[in-house]
Design a protein around this ligand. Structure first.
Ligand code: 2P0
Length: 351
């Protein structure tokens, strides 16, 4: 008997222009476009195997060895249903290929990094799930077309289907058909750009992104300013900076957008705090490191960015990475009085 099975893996991505807010919560359509760097390294990935079999009674999914419920009408069910639908269309158009779209699937997914630590596990997780089912069903879809499905699993997941520098265009259509990811530049374009991830805490975050961003949409006046008057120009400017490999421009916009994302969180009722005292101390360190560098050379040396959690991601040209790691290790040694364990991952970006 033939076995229908496929495995795919997808890496974490870290946004430089942040996604925060939905205009449609069911289709997961964002209030603004966003742009990220895919951290294409072996130790920050989700790997997913999907199998279709006539003996399976229902669709089932295991995450890191524990079975998760696939709720009817939920995000997982939506993604699986959409991929089965696309397989059905292929089967109808190619009468000679096996009919497997009516089989139930078993899906097994594994993250090789702490889940829910602010390291975007939902992004790599849904991207790997969509990629593995697309491979199982041998769909002729491009990564951008698949991003339309991954987006409905978790917004940021649409950006993890491509390497390098990836924009999620918010789109204008109500059905979401133009809200998709496109690659701005491949990983090979700017190999000198590296990232350091400083894990300040790997505890689960207090306010989920999904709940937090809708509280912001409902209550923050600053978010309207951000959506209408800030992000569109930043998307254009950072795309230009990436194409020109202009680190000063890239770094400035990345830090500004991290700051404004955390400002709209603070502007939410009740306010949302993702950074902690260690996060803010790391910002102060990078600001001072850049101040000294600008005075000496006119150039920035590093850019910090923070997602919905306290962990720092620091982008920098490769030559600066050892100095940055030494600085962090010097000012924030492992045996500090901070209650959370302090870990460092270094990542070549794009890898
Ligand atoms: C981002 N984040 O652009 C931003 C920055 C967090 C801070 O995308 O509700 O987990 O699943 O669409 O994708 C987190 O949002 O939220 C996120 P859902 P998601 O990376």
């Amino acid at each position: 008997m033939l076995i229908y099975q496929a495995t795919a893996s997808a890496p974490v991505n870290i946004a430089c222009i942040k996604y925060w807010g939905k205009r449609d919560t069911k289709l997961i359509l964002p209030t603004n476009s966003s742009l990220s760097v895919t951290l294409d390294q072996d130790h920050l990935r989700s790997t997913t195997t999907s199998r279709a079999d006539p003996t399976f009674k229902k669709d089932r999914l295991w995450l890191n060895g524990t079975e998760e419920e696939i709720k009817a009408g939920g995000r997982l069910a939506t993604c699986i249903a959409e991929l089965k639908k696309q397989r059905r269309q292929v089967e109808e158009n190619h009468p000679n290929i096996p009919i497997i779209s009516n089989y139930a699937v078993h899906i097994c997914s594994h993250n090789n990094f702490p889940t829910a630590a602010g390291l975007a596990s939902s992004a790599s997780g849904f991207a790997a799930l969509v990629a593995s089912l697309a491979a199982l069903y041998k769909l002729p879809a491009t990564p951008s077309e698949l991003s339309l499905i991954a987006r409905q699993g978790s917004g940021s997941a649409c950006r993890s289907l491509m390497g390098g520098f990836v924009a999620w265009e918010k789109g204008v259509r109500e059905d979401g058909s133009d809200s998709l990811a496109i690659q701005i530049a491949p990983r090979e374009h700017w190999p000198d750009l590296h990232a350091v991830i400083v894990v300040v805490s790997d505890h689960k975050k207090g306010t989920s992104s999904t709940a937090g961003m809708q509280q912001t949409v409902e209550t923050s006046a600053l978010l309207q300013h951000r959506i209408n008057h800030v992000v569109p120009a930043r998307m254009t400017a950072i795309s230009e900076a990436i194409k020109a490999k202009d680190f000063d421009k890239f770094a400035k916009i990345t830090m500004q957008d991290s700051n404004q994302f955390h400002a709209v969180c603070l502007d939410t009722e009740p306010p949302i705090f993702y950074m902690n005292d260690v996060s803010r101390a790391i910002i102060a360190l990078i600001v001072e490191y850049n101040r000294v560098s600008v005075a000496a050379t006119g150039h920035l040396k590093a850019a910090y960015t923070y997602d919905a959690g306290p962990n720092a991601v620091i982008y920098a040209p490769a030559a600066n990475i050892p100095e940055i790691i030494n600085l962090i290790a010097h000012y924030f040694p492992q045996n500090q009085t901070f209650s959370d364990p302090f870990k460092l991952f270094t990542n070549q970006v794009p890898g």
